[in-house]
Ligand binder design. Sequence first.
Ligand SMILES: Nc1ncnc2c1ncn2[C@@H]1O[C@H](COP(=O)(O)OP(=O)(O)OP(=O)(O)O)[C@@H](O)[C@H]1O
Ligand SMILES: [Mg+2]
Length: 326
Amino acid sequence: MLDSIKDKRLVFVTGKGGVGKSTCAAALGAALARRGKKTLVVETDAFSAMSELLGKSGKDGTRIKIADNLYAINLQSDECLVRSLTRFLPSERVVRSVTGNRVTEAFFKSAPSVNEFVLLDGILEFVEDNKQLYDHVIVDLPASGHAVTFLNVPDTLNQMMRGVGPFAKRAKVIAGWIHDSSRAAIVAVCLPEEMPVQETIELEDKLEEALGRGLELTMVNMVHPRPFPARFGTAFKEASESAGVNVDPTKEFSEESTATRRVLAGNVLAMSWYKRDRTYLDLLHSKLDAEIVELPMVYETEENDIVDRLANFINSDGQTTETLAS
Ligand SMILES: Nc1ncnc2c1ncn2[C@@H]1O[C@H](COP(=O)(O)OP(=O)(O)OP(=O)(O)O)[C@@H](O)[C@H]1O
Ligand SMILES: [Mg+2]
């Protein structure tokens, strides 16, 4: 698993809001770190999800060590703005005059794409150093509607400035990384459901159109595993048919339901979820060239437990959501 990203220094993780993007970015980081790869997970949200997901918190903008080989940082555009300006403006005094003045700072930050540019500029610092600080830098991007726009910002800025000046030059370097699928990977996270699957298929097209490259990896999160091994299929079908059990739990789980009926009905329902998920997974396989990794739905655990389990699942050789029941 993860062959498609194992040699990528920069990994952008995107997806629709709430599909488990941050969870998958954290699990990806934990899985790679456990393989001995020094990994940094970067988030760019005002509210850090990583502290809860990875079980450790730190000050915004400060790198924290989560485990062996695993680090996390929450980058804020304010701090990135200062760092970017320090790189481009002639003296610290000039930088201070911009960032120390609310009006000038507001002007800078309201300029189109400045936030995105300074965040990408800050992220790039982690991958382009000569010391090779990290094997992988995983970036938890904003929701997918914005991901293409976000990743296209360096190109847009470079074109706006007609390639002239230090900002344009820097934008070109950042765009070079984003376009280069031998150094940077784009990972989509989705659920095995109609809308998220369609959006992922569309995302692939939009990326091709805007950046001339597609997705390396799609992580299909919260997949319902097969409720019982395939070898029990015939026996289960016969038992549920002879008991006349259907998939509507509101009908099945009445006071009078026997234990057997309840167990059968629960499994008929779980089987219908499993089959529905397989339909969407088949659709993704037929439409995308990217590697597809399925992550199981995890029940009743703490947030950082979910990440731990998903990372173990990713690293467990040959295990799939199909074989979980066996
Ligand atoms: N495989 C899973 N099994 C069970 N619960 C999960 C799984 N993946 C994620 N979750 C839960 O789903 C919720 C949303 O996850 P997460 O915060 O990672 O989503 P997100 O896509 O990053 O959301 P946002 O768009 O708000 O940033 C969390 O409570 C998380 O614990
Ligand atoms: Mg998130």
